[in-house]
Design a protein around this ligand. Structure first.
Ligand code: CLF
Ligand code: SF4
Length: 493
């Protein structure tokens, strides 16, 4: 069991720079793997440099680093059947939420305010609320203003791809290293069921003609990005009965054209959102349908499974949204950038990550050494940093892992309502939490009361709080070994 000499949490929560530096410096070098890199052996160093701090492109990085979106690009050049223009672009966001729209100058101020207060910030993304490549002037002006002041921030955009080929050269000039294209089809007949129209070269196209143009532009854009070494993530919205099976074909096409990641997201469809699919009763996939498709896609383009379908003005670690702390009315007109918090945080994270990777590798070896063919599903209460560091009752999102002979993998998350508020737990909320944890064998948390623990046990879920503040994988491997190996049963709560 490895305990940190310094908690990332203390570094994140402290407000005083002097205190922050003291914490960072006092960490010393107690790490068991000091100097070791978190870079996977098989990964190219140049690619690693691009993804190591990007919470969406690296599952491992999402424990440490945060992204923020600024909603500067409201205009869009296509219509998707899962979109209602009242809301944000559903290609990269949950439908049904509306962002605070900003000018590039307001966006610059907001990014600086967040960078001064959220040391985990590493990526600025523009994900709408319309299309970042179509509403290009504002996207470009925002990136230029921010990059002039915060030189190490990564720039990232999300687009439907129609206007992308016209912007690739400028994206490369601005050092935008990460581009997401939403690609839901490679067959225009299927495309016609998803896109009623597009607006291209000053005219509107409908039906198969529209889908054919969109498909060609998406493929061209992807090829152009790959040729320039820009990493691409493909988002696909899984729409059962429309493109579910077809996404296997999409995965092959984008692999051939050099895509780096494939993120298959569930359609979120509700009549209240006023979308075509919502109003016509098109359903989204079940969690099992989504996982089954993702499992079938293994072996193609690397899959992203930790997406949170965040909103177009999201701020914070994936899964948390601190946007309300940084609305534009709270930010001074003459704010200036102070790099100190981000710098101190990065120094600590560099040490912590090497240690975490070594611990993870040890944990996987422990699981494999059991030789068991069984799998274990574990939900973890965590605030980030790759550790079990949240109370059961304070959790709003559990991270779910699977341990098996394939290793220990993050396979998804379960959002829940916070069970314990003001020191008291609500029974009705607990029922919802237990329902959300269906299929999970064990819950890992820092602390849990007897009452929720007993109710979880009645639902067949074991709650364990004996591994508080340990690395997630270390605790999982110990539990797996105690369950399926020859080792004596580990201490459980
Ligand atoms: Fe934003 Fe998207 Fe860049 Fe990430 S989000 S533009 S790549 S910085 Fe990430 Fe959010 Fe999923 Fe998007 S979790 S919705 S994948
Ligand atoms: Fe809506 Fe985004 Fe599709 Fe445009 S690209 S129609 S904003 S989901």
């Amino acid at each position: 069991m490895s305990l940190p000499t310094i908690s990332l949490e203390s570094l994140v929560s402290t407000k005083s720079f002097d205190k922050l530096l003291t914490i960072a410096k006092s960490a010393g070098c107690a790490s068991s793997s000091c100097g070791s890199s978190a870079k996977p052996d098989e990964m190219d160093s140049a690619v690693w440099e691009k993804i190591k701090d990007h919470p969406c492109y690296s599952e491992e990085a999402h424990h440490y680093f945060a992204r923020m979106h600024v909603a500067v690009a409201p205009a869009c050049n296509i219509q998707c059947n899962y979109c209602n223009r009242k809301y944000d672009c559903a290609n990269e966001s949950r439908p049904g939420v509306v962002s605070e729209k900003l000018t590039p100058d307001q966006a610059r101020r907001k990014v600086i305010a967040v960078a001064n207060e959220v040391p985990q910030l590493s990526v600025l993304g523009i994900a709408g609320p319309g299309d970042a490549c179509y509403d290009w002037k504002k996207t470009k002006a925002t990136f230029e203003r921010v990059a002039r002041e915060i030189r190490d921030i990564k720039l990232c955009i999300s687009t439907n791809g129609l206007a992308l080929p016209d912007r690739v050269a400028e994206l490369a000039d601005m050092n935008v290293d990460h581009v997401t294209i939403t690609i839901n089809m490679v067959d225009p007949e299927i495309g016609a069921k998803i896109y009623p129209w597009i607006f291209y070269n000053h005219r509107r196209y409908t039906g198969i003609d529209a889908a054919r143009i969109l498909h060609k532009r998406q493929m061209l854009g992807l090829e152009m990005l790959t040729a320039r070494g820009i990493l691409t993530k493909i988002n696909s919205v899984m729409i059962p009965g429309v493109n579910g099976e077809h996404l296997i074909e999409v995965n092959k096409w984008v692999k051939e054209r050099g895509a780096f990641l494939h993120n298959v997201m569930p359609l979120i469809s509700d009549p209240a959102h006023g979308t075509h699919f919502g109003l016509t009763g098109q359903r989204g996939p079940t969690a099992l349908e989504l996982k089954t498709l993702q499992d079938r896609l293994e072996g193609g383009v690397k899959l992203m499974r930790h997406c949170r379908q965040c909103r177009a003005d999201a701020v914070g670690l994936l899964g948390e949204d601190r946007g309300q702390e940084f609305t534009i009315d709270q930010i001074s007109d003459d704010i200036t950038y102070d790099a100190s918090k981000r710098k101190a945080y990065r120094e600590v994270v560099a040490r912590e990550r090497g240690d975490h990777v070594a611990a993870k590798s040890q944990a996987v070896a422990t699981v494999k050494a059991t030789g068991s063919s069984k799998s274990l599903h574990i939900a973890v209460a965590t605030k980030g940093g790759g550790r079990i560091n949240e109370h059961f009752g304070h959790t709003t999102e559990f991270q779910v892992y699977e341990a098996s002979q394939r290793g220990i993998s993050f396979i998804g998350h379960r959002k829940v309502e916070q069970y314990c508020l003001g020191g008291r737990g609500a029974d009705a909320t607990l029922e919802g939490v237990i329902a959300a944890l269906k299929g999970v064998d064990i819950v890992l948390c820092v602390k849990i009361g007897d009452c929720p623990k007993d109710q979880l046990a009645e639902a067949g879920i074991r709650a364990v709080d004996a591994y508080g503040y340990d690395y997630i994988e270390t605790a999982i491997s110990a539990l797996y070994a105690s369950e399926f190996g020859s080792e004596p049963l580990a201490a459980t709560a």
